[in-house]
Design a protein around this ligand. Sequence first.
Ligand code: 5GP
Length: 194
Amino acid sequence: MFFLVKFNTMDTKSTKKLFVISGSSGVGKGTVIKQLLSNHDDLKLSISYTTRSPRNGEEHGINYFFVSKEDFKTAVDNNEFLEWAEFSGNCYGTKKSFVLNSLKNGEHVLLEIDTQGALQIKEKMPEAILIFIAPPSYDELVARLRGRKTESEEAIQKRLDFVKTEKENSKYFDYIVINDTVENAVKKISDIIG
Ligand code: 5GP
């Protein structure tokens, strides 16, 4: 599912910035983001809502808010999400209240979301800074995705099917950062955050 809808630009009345990081499954976003958060005290990560089941070791309220399809739909109907998208058979969304309140409270906010959601954010809040993390090569991405051993072969294939669309969508991003090493990627994104 991929669509763009024209929304009114949101006025957050804030000088703080909204950063959006996207990248294909397996590209290493999680590790890079963990490092960024420990380097930047003023950067707050938005915890997404998802209908996906938790993986081993994932915790409600830490990695995601894991909710039922019904609860997710209610939140969509109540216009509670700044953006939401379906990815690989599950729904993921960013709570509007968290992002807008954090910006108003003087914090930079970081979203780790898919490219469909990132483009929705750019429509609503053009001042948002979109960063796409790309792998050094497609083969390397496949190797990393298989190497993390968190998904079934079927789930891996589904995620790989989406890589072409993600690359297409990345054209609309402000920055493309190659994750050749975590250190390099963190340095480049830290420079963008400032
Ligand atoms: P995963 O299931 O591997 O945790 O995430 C799958 C994809 O969903 C990743 O590309 C991740 O960035 C994206 N994602 C996570 N949270 C959100 C969200 O709130 N909104 C959107 N649009 N995508 C999200």
